[in-house]
Ligand binder design. Structure first.
Ligand code: AMP
Ligand code: MG
Length: 330
């Protein structure tokens, strides 16, 4: 299959929308990461998303909408908490999980009775979704397990020849995936942390919101158990920022013939060692994280990452770093 590169003009948006309605796969930009879109009302199209990505079939997909009213075409019940979230926070890098309507197939929900719904903040994403006319399922547009794509070129690297088109928009501004908030149970629960943090949700709901921190905890979000975001080379993570410890680790790898790189907050402290800045602020760390991993895996054979920030958003970023490093903390 030839993968067409489409641009953000009227003619190409019309084509992208038609492709979706015809059951084809179209990758598109959002503010979090690039998504791989399919018509949510076409289970054949939805199923082909799993094949293109090599995604385990028990990992459900998020349904994307451009208009708040579309939520009623997807969710069976929009409870009071959901109404508050929709009115106060959406559009946002926030996904809500609600009881699903019958029209939402098992191919989307992996057999769950709930559906994950998001209205992206990105204007380009909502523009595309408007042309699609139907709700659009979209996982991240990468090969399963790899760092998520935050620009269209990375989608091309992973999925060229496997999908009909890529809508080539802007690089992603947030850089990590949406917060997943489960509102289908008795208490609100964050299944996946993101840029919309628990305190922001608590301020709207006026009740406490629990964040699932232990990936082994049995929750109805299969996606959190899989290997994720991993570069092709070895990676470890440090959260102390201890320069001497990091230098020793690096020097040990050099002595054993490896070609390591430090991905750290202050590369200038590491003298002649290979060191790259992970970002000056939490926002910058998140925005560049997956792209940094993809660049560094091409030049080095070992990534030593260090990140010490402890803000609420930093915890979400750390969640991705820990998983990229396959839980290898030093
Ligand atoms: P991705 O599309 O790769 O960003 O992953 C989507 C995330 O949303 C995964 O962590 C899924 O487990 C989660 N998700 C999707 N649908 C549901 C659902 N119905 N209930 C709980 N989590 C969901
Ligand atoms: Mg993903």
């Amino acid at each position: 299959m030839k993968t067409e590169l489409l641009q953000f003009n009227d003619a190409d948006l019309i084509t992208a929308g038609k492709y979706i309605r015809d059951g084809k796969l179209v990758a598109f930009p959002t503010e979090t990461v690039y998504g791989l879109g399919a018509n949510a009302y076409d289970s054949e199209a939805v199923r082909s998303t799993y094949t293109a990505k090599g995604r385990p079939s028990d990992n459900p997909l998020i349904v994307h909408i451009w208009h708040k009213e579309q939520i009623y075409g997807v969710a069976r019940e929009v409870n009071d908490d959901a109404v508050k979230i929709v009115n106060s926070l959406m559009p946002a890098s926030l996904t809500v999980v609600l009881p699903k309507k019958d029209v939402i197939s098992d191919a989307i929900t992996a057999g769950l009775d709930t559906v994950a719904i998001r209205m992206p903040k990105s204007v380009q994403a909502r523009e595309f979704l408007r042309y699609a006319e139907v709700p659009v399922t979209a996982p991240s547009a990468n090969l399963s397990g790899r760092p998520s794509p935050t620009n269209w070129q990375r989608v091309y690297d992973d999925l060229n020849g496997k999908i009909s088109a890529i809508l080539c928009g802007d690089p992603c501004q947030v850089g990590i995936e949406s917060t997943v908030l489960d509102l289908s149970g008795k208490d609100p629960l964050i299944l996946r942390p993101g840029v919309v943090t628990a305190d922001m949700i608590e301020a709207v709901l006026h009740k406490s919101v629990r964040v699932v921190t232990n990936p082994k905890e049995k929750v109805n979000s299969p996606g959190v158990r899989y290997k994720h975001y991993a570069p092709k080379v070895d990676m470890v993570l440090d959260v102390s920022g201890d320069m001497e410890k990091l230098s020793r680790y690096y020097d040990g790898l050099i002595a054993s013939g490896r070609n390591p790189v430090l991905l750290v907050e202050k590369p200038q402290l590491f003298g002649s060692r290979n060191a790259v800045c992970i970002g000056q602020t939490d926002d910058e760390v998140a925005r560049n994280l997956f792209e940094n991993l993809r660049i560094l895996e091409g030049k080095f054979d070992y990534i030593i990452a260090s990140y010490t920030s402890t803000t609420p958003f930093a915890k979400s970023v750390l969640n991705r770093l820990v998983r990229s490093a396959g839980n290898n903390l030093i």
